[in-house]
Design a protein around this ligand. Structure first.
Ligand code: FUL
Length: 488
């Protein structure tokens, strides 16, 4: 069939294009469900972003305000949202989630729903709006913006009754319709208990999964920001990792069960389910200081570069996103020690992963689906290409042959998750002095998912071998990197 023939005959041409699509699709591996939505994939690719906890608690040296601290105690002396944003960007954060209202009920924007807000403070004589200031600084410096608005409200007299649910939904409406596109929305899980509640000063219990009407709340969020990731509630797009210490387990599935009981099971949250029915990847939330809010007494307890590095390997390196909290101080700034440690950590991270030693090696695979899915794609840094095996293959390996003896002590692996998460077990070996030896890793080499990072004692290798021992579906590996970090 000549080109001229095709141009002159549109019917033939469309048949030919159809045939080409069929041939190329026939070679594409079948997805292994569940798989991420486009929004979830985009969210996973963010990897690290920040929390900012700031509010009345900052000025009253509290973590969970009771709901009765006077609004005029909120009195920052030199707030600078651009300083926050520039610090977070220099620390590699891709976005920031702001506590517009914490459990104490104090609102950092001039809401119509309550007087317990920034309107009744000395800040800008009651004309300030911190949600506006931060969202604009984010726009100016190209940082994604997200909102945390606590469902639990220890100030509101109506808390526990329908009146408060209406207030809460109205607050969500104000926050989602006035400040531009949001990348993530947080429904905190801490709910009900003692509080001021308009002076009632008592204990109030609610059944969270029924009380807040989270389905409606999500509808409000998505009517303004259809791509916002949702944390918490009954209809999330991601899951809490079950602790606030900063780690996801090494065995880490993106799949999960979405019944409310599982969503609150700390033991399961930390690792997910191999046979989960929904794609619900983990988010690791942790503070750079012991507390979420600023306390002077914690100035000497800011996490060091080494501690931040451990957090990174235990979150992003375990197939989870890292949500790192920065408490803003009474002046209205991220303290210099926090910012210095975070920026130094990020610079080290960039340096450590700057030179993929596999790029100069020759790679061979025990099995390859077709040329379009060859092993050379695992080092091309392109998330749309990957190495895949033929259907029915149950074990496979890659060997990287270095041009000369090479020192390595870090490994990065990524599955092509748009087609699902499949790998259950793999192992690493290196070839030196004429024989294969195992690379000892002090955590289980089980799952990979979106990203897996491994640290091990330096080996001097002629070759590196990765054996994929157990996987479901078809093996699809997107990226592999080996690195040498001079710190041991
Ligand atoms: C928790 C809250 O109770 C903490 O104060 C903090 O906001 C943390 C991120 O979530 O559930």
């Amino acid at each position: 069939m000549s080109l001229k023939n095709l141009i002159l005959n549109p019917k033939r041409a469309s048949l030919f294009v159809g045939f080409l699509i069929l041939v190329s699709c026939a070679h594409r591996p079948e997805p292994s469900f569940p798989i991420p939505t486009a929004q979830q994939l985009e969210w996973q690719q963010l990897e690290t972003y920040a929390f900012i906890h700031f509010g009345l608690n900052t000025f009253n040296d509290m973590e969970w305000g009771y709901g009765n601290s006077h609004s005029y105690t909120f009195n920052p002396t030199s707030i600078d949202c651009e300083q926050w944003v520039l610090t977070l960007k220099a620390a590699g954060m891709k976005g920031v989630i702001f506590t517009a209202k914490h459990h104490d009920g104090f609102c950092l924007w001039p809401t119509e729903t309550t007087d317990y807000s920034i309107k009744n403070t000395y800040y800008k004589d009651g004309q300030g709006d911190l949600v506006r200031e931060l969202s604009e600084a984010c726009k100016k410096h190209d940082l994604k913006f997200g909102i945390y608005v606590s469902p639990w409200d220890r100030h509101q007299a109506e808390y526990g009754y329908q009146g408060y649910v209406d207030i809460y939904h109205k607050q969500i409406e104000e926050l989602t319709s006035n400040y531009g596109e949001l990348f993530e929305f947080w429904f905190d899980g801490a709910n009900g208990g003692t509080g001021w509640y308009g002076g009632a000063d008592e204990m109030r219990s609610i059944v969270a999964e029924k009380y807040y009407d989270y389905e409606k709340a999500r509808e409000i969020v998505w009517s303004h920001s259809p791509n916002a990731a949702i944390f918490g509630g009954t209809v999330p797009t991601l899951r809490w990792v079950g602790n606030e210490k900063g780690f996801a387990e090494a065995t880490q599935w993106c799949m999960y069960k979405t019944d409310f009981q599982s969503l609150n099971d700390e033991k399961c949250l930390v690792r997910g389910f191999k046979d989960g029915d929904a794609w619900l990847p983990a988010e690791v939330d942790v503070s750079i200081r012991p507390g979420w809010f600023y306390h002077e007494s914690e100035d000497s307890k800011v996490k060091t570069v080494d501690q931040l590095m451990d957090l990174y390997y235990n979150s992003v390196g375990h197939n989870a996103n890292l949500l790192l909290n920065f408490p803003v101080n009474k002046e209205g700034r991220i303290p210099s020690i926090d910012s210095a440690n975070a920026v130094n950590w990020y610079q080290k991270l960039q340096m450590d992963f700057s030179n993929n030693l596999l790029k100069g090696s020759k790679v061979t695979a025990s099995n390859t689906r077709s040329r379009r899915f060859g092993p050379k794609y695992v080092t091309d840094e392109d998330y749309t290409t990957y190495w895949a095996t033929e259907d029915g293959v149950t074990r496979a390996e890659l060997i990287f042959d270095f041009p000369e003896k090479t020192s390595l002590n870090r490994l990065l692996l990524q599955e092509y998750i748009p087609l699902g998460q499949n790998v259950e077990s793999f192992c690493l070996d290196y070839y030196a002095n004429g024989k294969w030896l195992p690379i000892e890793v002090d955590e289980p080499t089980t799952t990979i998912g979106y990203k897996r990072l491994l640290r091990f004692q330096t080996v001097r290798a002629d070759k590196l071998r990765i054996r994929f021992k157990v996987f479901k579906g078809t093996l699809c590996i997107n990226q592999i990197g080996a690195f040498f970090v001079e710190d041991e």
